[in-house]
Design a protein around this ligand. Structure first.
Ligand SMILES: *Cc1c(COP(=O)(O)O)cnc(C)c1O
Length: 460
């Protein structure tokens, strides 16, 4: 080892010295001695590696590293951010934010005892899903409802409980990957069912399904293709046609609608997304959907359908492993009540975002621009999307602030926004940094302006 390296290694500050550093000390005091020492030790190890690779760190670098590490441990996990991306349902940003009443219901369920599996009248044990079932029945006409962890769990449970050892018929155009590793052929295999693909990628007819039925067929599965769209020479039977074929042959009709909306997206200038009520009206045995996409509730997997079919799922051992937690049930219940009393558009954030008019968004951007009073900010037309695998290729007209960089680096400006207080996630588009007004929540104007003001001032 050359003498320079040896002396650099000797110069790495001791653990005591690191923990006594003025930045580190107040943070180290808040964690256990063991955590503080371990954090300092691992910084020393990194300092050693840096020296050996020829890029030595200063003592100040080492302390800064420990300070950052301790701060990361002590900062509130999963900080709140402002979504200015124009993507309404963003999986990376936690999908659907719930309404204020739903949030309060979740908080209440989390920090209190609640009547989860008990009857108030008798004090006897009651069904965990009774309140949710009542709401879904009123809203969709479904005979029964079951809530599990997410829609992936719902589909897995539906197939495992009904089709293990049997054949499930799926159109070639629907044997899709949804994202996050959720692939229909893999889910079927995992559930113990055999996938029978029918039709072609672009066209599948009712007669293709009918011809594929055998003595071991257990179900027909219809999957909403979600995050991709086919257009042109395409065809597939209606859910009602499939339900009739299933009924005639005594097999189950299962539908994975993906997003699970109760409102009609066509009312908002979007193409029509299948609703839960339509699936029930078409007579499916089971329909599976997400709680945190267009329904705008907490993460959950929703299973609606005929009493016998849903009960088979409820009694399957996987149902216990996949069940929803009490906060999700409480939040979902409060979300469904917005639909029940006809106030979803104003109260459920996903629908509030979808239903804002372009004029309203333009006024909002104009007033933001006035407050920011910076020649780096201009109001521009934009295009928002629903996201979350629903309505692929469809955009909603929107309005945004375009924020010019001070030094030509859009990625640096976007990073400053993300790291700001509060954290703002903009959209980078054609070398512009956009703050899309459609996805900034109703109560976030002041916070957004505070964050943007400090970014603009830091940069001038
Ligand atoms: C999103 C989606 C899923 C997965 O739902 P999660 O709630 O994310 O588990 C399954 N199927 C379809 C068609 C989807 O769009």
């Amino acid at each position: 080892m050359d003498p320079n390296t040896a002396s650099a290694l000797r110069a790495i500050p001791s653990i005591d010295a690191i923990l006594a550093n003025t930045v580190v000390a107040p943070l180290a005091e808040r964690v256990s001695t063991r955590t503080a020492i371990e954090t300092a030790r691992s910084a020393q190890a990194r300092a050693r590696a840096a020296i050996l690779s020829g890029e030595p760190l200063t003592a100040a670098d080492v302390s800064a590293m420990v300070g950052a590490e301790l701060r990361a441990l002590l900062n509130p996990p999963y900080p709140e951010i402002i979504n200015a991306t124009g993507v309404i349902i963003q999986t990376n940003l936690g999908r659907a934010p719930v309404s204020a009443p739903a949030g309060m219901a979740m908080e209440r369920a989390a920090s209190n005892f609640i009547a989860l599996e008990t009857e108030l009248e008798t004090g006897e044990r009651g069904g965990r899903g009774n309140d949710i079932r009542r709401l879904f029945t009123a809203l969709t006409g479904a005979e029964d409802a079951l809530v599990v962890n997410n829609n992936a769990a719902a589909v897995m449970l539906a197939l495992s409980a009904t089709s293990a050892g049997g054949e499930v018929i799926v159109s070639r155009g629907e044997a899709v990957e949804i994202g996050g590793g959720f692939r229909i052929p893999d889910v079927l295999r995992q559930s113990g069912a055999t996938l029978v693909e029918v039709g072609t990628t672009n066209r599948t007819y009712a007669r293709d399904y009918a011809a594929a039925l055998t003595g071991t067929t257990t179900a027909i599965l219809r999957v909403h293709a979600s995050n991709f769209a086919m257009s042109g020479f395409v065809s597939r039977p209606s859910v009602r046609e499939l339900t009739e074929i299933a009924e005639q042959h005594g097999v189950l009709m299962i539908e994975d609608v993906g997003s699970g909306t109760l409102l009609d997206t066509a009312q908002y200038g979007l193409s029509h997304e299948p609703t839960l009520q339509e699936s029930i009206a078409a007579g499916v045995d089971l329909v599976c959907a997400s709680g945190d996409k267009l329904l705008g509730g907490p993460q959950a997997g929703i299973i609606l359908g005929r009493a016998g079919a849903v009960d088979r799922l409820r009694r399957h051992p996987l149902a216990r492993a996949l069940r929803a937690d009490k906060t999700a049930l409480a939040g979902l219940g409060a979300t469904l009540q917005h639909y029940l009393v006809g106030e979803a558009e104003e109260h459920v954030p996903v629908w509030w975002m979808i239903s804002r008019s372009v004029e309203w968004l333009r006024d909002r951007c104009d007033s933001w621009s006035k407050v920011l009073a910076s020649d780096r900010v201009t109001v521009v037309g934009s295009e928002a999307v629903v996201g979350g695998g629903s309505l692929p290729g469809m955009t909603l007209p929107s309005v945004a602030l375009s924020v010019a960089t001070s030094d030509g680096s859009v990625s640096r400006l976007a990073r400053e926004m993300r790291l700001g207080d509060p954290h703002v996630f903009p959209r980078i588009e054609h070398d512009r940094v956009l703050i899309d007004a459609r996805t900034v929540l109703a109560n976030q104007d002041d916070a957004l302006l505070r964050a943007l003001t400090s970014v603009l001032h830091a940069n001038t």
